[in-house]
Design a protein around this ligand. Sequence first.
Ligand code: BES
Ligand code: MN
Ligand code: ZN
Length: 501
Amino acid sequence: MRISVVTGPAETIEVDALIVAYPKAAKDPSPWDKLDQSTDGLITEALQSPAFRGAAGTCLAVPIRKRTPCRDLILVGLGDPGAGVEGWRRAVADGADLARRRGHRRVGLAVPEDGVIAAPARLAAAAAEAIVLGNYRYTEFKRPEEHQKPLESALLVTSTLDAPGQVKSASIIAGAVCWARDLINTPPSDKRPPELAAIAATMAAETGLSCHIIDEREAASLGLNALLAVARGSSAGPRMVILEHAPAGATGAPVVLVGKGVTFDTGGISIKPAKGMDEMKADMSGAAAVLAAMRAAAELDLPLRVGAVVPMAENMPGGDSYRPGDLVRAYNGTTIEVLNTDAEGRMILADALAYAREHFAPACMIDLATLTGACVVALGEEVAGLMGNDEELAAELVQASDESGERLWRLPMYPEYRKLIESRVADIKNTGGRWGGAITAAKFLQEFVGDTPWAHLDIAGPAYATKDAPYRPRGGVGFGVRLLLSWLQARAGGHTSGAAQ
Ligand code: BES
Ligand code: MN
Ligand code: ZN
């Protein structure tokens, strides 16, 4: 998919369909009067008909009867301009989707220059995200004739000078999100830890990240016993992938990203019910987000040191599985009483966080994990839980979330919750009982971060979509990649433009 910026005017560009957005109850074609004139008043007519009222989520295709290359004007409703940049993203995605369903391959989009929703460069970048992400389908295993052809190109019409740079960055980031989606949608048989680690290594070699893969032998000699325990039921050994983006001149402590990479979660001996177990191929969505964020950081050449630690294991029942009742000594020496083998994410993250802290001496750490069903019960499928030990870092992430449209909601970490993971026979136990499960899981993780500023994103809800939504088809979502990049860009000191401009 090619995305480019052109300076217009909109009525002269060569596309099959042109997308034009209007807020709720728009009465006249302004600011696209020229376009209206050149189409003999099509917009005026459409705005006066009951077919289009500019409500959010509504679209209208208006065929152009003139002999122009552009066959359709696609009006999309912005609803209330208070819906902001996220409302714009959704509207653009709906318009692009309608164009695609009408068989078009080349779309144009008129970017409003009036600054009502946001600055035009920001809107252009958000539109690029929405179009690339909305165009994504996982087609690896489908006969080609069975799926609709994707869009080939999008021209974004704006004369703002900083639009091309921001659109370029947004396209790189959206490309990384699609890559994360591919990893999540890949069947679990094809991404067992050794394979997933090899994919990460190939990506690192291609983008110039440094990469080290800890295999089961090295894990054993290091004492990554919690990771090894989870992996024991599987015939595929665990891996832990260590990546670093270290641009010249960026010194000081790195920020470190950690992602849960359970390539398939059966629950192990504490086995899950059969219904919906296939979705547990997405239990490596945290890993996918972190790998994709590292890829984008490298491709954008962010002027910031960024490290990543990605533990990978397959949680299977087997003759050598870890069991309820086992006691495991984690990498930092903390002993864990295993009460439920399905609470495996916190086990592998325990070692990963402790290792990250020791290996990188980070300025701060953020982990992403499809960690608890309890978080989905609390917040639903659209919102990730945000927990941690540092107010400033949490506030930065909330800000990044506002920018990316990936929703976060804070959950409390009061000291009282710590009691719920106390064990009689070990330092802590790996389940905290029925109530507050997202928080007790975070409390467990906190035992492994020491005094490093840390944030934990429980993405169990939003990582995998069971229904289609604008710019997010069913399946792996790639949740967190854009949020992380927004946060990294802010941390690196403002917006950076693509390296390959
Ligand atoms: N991967 C699951 C959490 C999950 C549930 C992700 C639903 C996405 C959708 C995790 O490993 C798990 O099984 N957690 C248990 C923890 C419990 C045993 C303490 C859970 O949430 O039930
Ligand atoms: Mn589990
Ligand atoms: Zn899991």
